[in-house]
Design a protein around this ligand. Structure first.
Ligand code: F6P
Length: 410
């Protein structure tokens, strides 16, 4: 058996744990086959830069690079996509299937039996299209999706690997921001811009700070609610009546009617706008209309690859998703994404790993639930705390050298 594994879309602190998980599954399958008396060898390759790299035949042997357990352990804790990534959409095969033929040629040339694609909702589009096309063309190559995204917006899974670590970084950073912002006696407003293109899960998670006795963020704005600058300024004015330092969490996906004023207008290869700038824009509005001390903080890519404060639960689940994917391929499945189902009551948190049709996740967005948003659309209710809390439990300590974290590099 020959496996190939690729990473796609935005990086996270947990995506390499899933890569390690697929590798571990391949080694476990090898051991199982041996114990059954089979001489069949399981080999595993990494694809550089996702499906784009696959088209160019960019495959590397993983066993040569990961057989040392220390290296494998370091890979799991290393942030960002160690194999490199892409944002690349396969054309609809009914319009042009030349790329599919090319991919089949590359996969056949390397005698690959299963391809694992670690990614988000756009990457599941690749899993769905490629698996359907291969099956229709008589190929037995299996394509399995492994979920990941800090946006937590994949349909068909309770949450996504990468999200928990981003939340943990966000809670830590927000607490530090709150300490800093409260030192002076002057009135001030701080606007924190948080990633999440189409859904506000990450921004909403700042409600967790209440569990540790914080009263901020005083306002939380998500793409799921209508937003106007006038309404925002009214909230801030109201907040300043009772708080010397008002802190607002704003999702990058919040789009006021005049968003064109601060967005670059540049799109990625999937056609998504590069979002950035709402925080700075709101800072300027406050300066002009309210005139108090004001700062904006754009957490930007720091929240995606914050391995120094990763969630142990997140990394473990990411690894288990990778392992489950390996066994799904071994059982003959294709065109599915690994999913996580939560079986919890008030005292326990347990995850069952399963599968979900990739076609039903592809290009879909799981929005933050409306029932967890306050009627004013500027806060998240306490009901959401129980959802977020288990995802940030447990610590991961980076390996250090010369006082700095050590990362695994291929
Ligand atoms: O992967 C999701 C995400 O991190 C979004 O939160 C963000 O809007 C987007 O990726 C940024 O994309 P890029 O990596 O192309 O800058």
């Amino acid at each position: 058996m020959r496996f190939a594994v690729a990473q796609s879309g935005g990086p996270t602190a947990a995506i390499n744990a899933s890569l390690a998980g697929v590798y571990e599954a391949a080694m476990d399958i090898q051991r199982k086959l041996r114990s059954e008396g089979s001489s069949e060898k399981v080999e595993i390759f990494g694809v550089l830069h996702g499906v784009q790299g696959l088209l160019d035949g960019k495959l590397i042997n993983l066993e040569e690079r990961l057989s040392d357990p220390q290296k494998l352990a370091l890979l799991k804790k290393t942030p960002a996509s160690a194999l490199g990534s892409c944002r690349f959409r396969l054309p609809p095969p009914e319009q042009d299937d030349s790329m599919y033929h090319k991919l089949l040629d590359v996969l056949n040339a390397h005698r690959i039996d299963a391809l694992f694609y670690i990614g988000g909702n756009d990457s599941m589009d690749t899993v769905a299209k490629l698996s359907t096309w291969l099956t229709a063309h008589g190929s037995k190559i299996r394509i399995i999706g492994v979920p990941k995204t800090i946006d937590n917006d994949l349909v068909g899974t309770d949450h996504t690997p990468g999200f928990g670590s981003a939340v943990k970084y966000l809670m830590t950073t927000m607490q530090e921001i709150l300490r800093d912002c409260s030192v002076y006696q002057v009135q001030s407003v701080t606007v924190v811009e948080i990633m999440g293109r189409d859904a506000g899960w990450l921004t909403a998670s700042t409600c967790l700070l209440r569990r540790n006795g914080e009263t901020a963020p005083h306002y939380i704005y998500l793409p799921e609610s209508d937003f106007t600058v006038a309404g925002f300024l009214a909230d801030v004015r109201e907040g300043l009546k009772t708080h010397r330092s008002v802190v607002c969490a704003v999702s990058e996906g919040v789009t006021p009617p005049d968003a064109a004023l601060f967005r670059s207008g540049v799109n990625d290869e999937f056609g998504h706008a590069y979002l950035s700038g709402i925080g700075k824009y709101l800072e300027k509005q406050i300066a002009a209309e309210i005139g108090c001390k004001v700062r904006s903080v754009e957490l930007n890519i720091m929240q995606r690859c914050s391995a120094h404060i990763a969630s142990y639960t997140d990394l473990l689940e990411a690894e288990r998703c990778g392992i489950h994917a390996g066994w799904l391929a071994y059982s003959g499945a294709s065109g599915v994404m690994v999913n996580m189902q939560r079986n919890s009551d008030a005292y326990t948190y347990e995850i069952t790993y399963g599968e979900f049709p990739a076609s039903q996740t592809a290009n879909q967005i799981r929005k933050f639930p409306a029932e967890w948003i306050s009627p004013e659309g500027n806060q998240v209710t306490d009901d959401a705390i129980g959802y977020f809390l288990p995802l940030i439990q447990g610590e991961v300590y980076p390996d250090m050298h010369n006082g700095m974290p050590v990362h695994f590099l291929f």
